[in-house]
Ligand binder design. Sequence first.
Ligand code: GAP
Length: 431
Amino acid sequence: MPVSIENIVSLCKRRGFVYPGSEIYGGLANSWDYGPLGVELKNNIKQMWWNRFVHRRDDMVGIDAALIMNTKVWEASGHLKEFKDPLVECKKCHKRFRADDLKKDNCPDCGEKNAFDEAKDFNLMLKTHLGPLEDSASAVYFRPETAQSMFVDFKNIVSTTRKTLPFGIAQIGKAFRNEITPGNFIFRTREFEQMEIEYFIREEDWQKYFEHWRKEMMGWMEDIGIDLKYIHELEVPAESRAHYSKRTIDFEYDFPFGKKELYGLAYRTDFDLRSHDKFSGENLKYKDQQTNEEFWPHVIEPTWGVDRSVLAVLCSAYSEEGERKFLKLTPQLAPYKAAVFPLMANKDEIVDTAQKIYKDLRKEFMVAWDDRGNVGKRYYSQDEIGTPYCITIDYQTLEDGTVTVRDRDTAKQERISKDGLSDYIDSKIKQ
Ligand code: GAP
């Protein structure tokens, strides 16, 4: 990877993509806040995903469910029993680590040799209490994956939509895990967002739809500007798979800190519906209206981390050409689609015309205004945050109604009519 994580973290902080969480109080370990540009980038990723996988498909519906669910959900899903990582503690400095992250038996913190005893299981569910009493009866958990609400709401969805197999339920939302060793900026945090699909099928079709979703995930990565040469598929061996999975592929990305999981694709069988049926006492079988067969559908689950998407997109987009630094974000994902500059900030006619263009474009797109310094500095500033088009209004605009549009990636300029700007940007965003 050509970019270092330090470059990304510093750009994110400097330009308002991502700040350390609770910074004025000394921070809170591994918590991050998305700033004004970060929230735009993240929302654009989520919107693109929703358009692609929900709005443009006949076989998909979306939900937005509660973050805290009945504790029985986590008994049924197996998370209370199975969702754990192996934890070891250094005998000398008492620092705790995830055993499978350690390469040697030496403590990475204090250097103690043969520092660890046998690993203990550590459950990753994040606990809290609902209501005024903090007793065991009020203990509940934040969801560790968005997936379970798709199973818990399955019956309601089948009865309120006319969906027949195969069909999927999609959701974007927060998930929480009490990770032993969070880190690497927004890569692994205790609070993060997922975009998940539970795709319900007949058992005999699982391989066909596994392949379908594998291709869809690849297509998605290409569309958000990730170079597929940095993506590696890992066939997860049985002993490392989640308790519900019969087959899992991890899509790993060459992050600056190493090859790590970006997304996952799992065949969850009928494990979840069957288990919720048993624990809830509700019949969660699907009835085929033509054949009257009743069965628990099987499930293919493609899952995407939102924060890891943001990080992979930023790493992929980061470019340097000589002195020039720019974020080669696809126009769909760029926080600002264009920036408008008056050539001179002290010429009223130019500023007024530029303001009118800016205000008109702003009705349709996120557009930046910059009248500080010289045009070169403004280009530099917009390049760094990935604005694909910079529009300059000059004397010629007052005469013939044309403006210059400068392309971020090629740095080439062309003159176009100011009346054609909206269509011009629109066509680039929709490409
Ligand atoms: N429902 C299946 C599931 O949750 P997972 O592989 O544990 O599977 C799915 O998580 C995705 O969520 C991962 O591929 C990753 O992108 C993201 N993710 C998981 N843990 C995370 C964490 N601690 N911080 C940020 N993203 C995380």
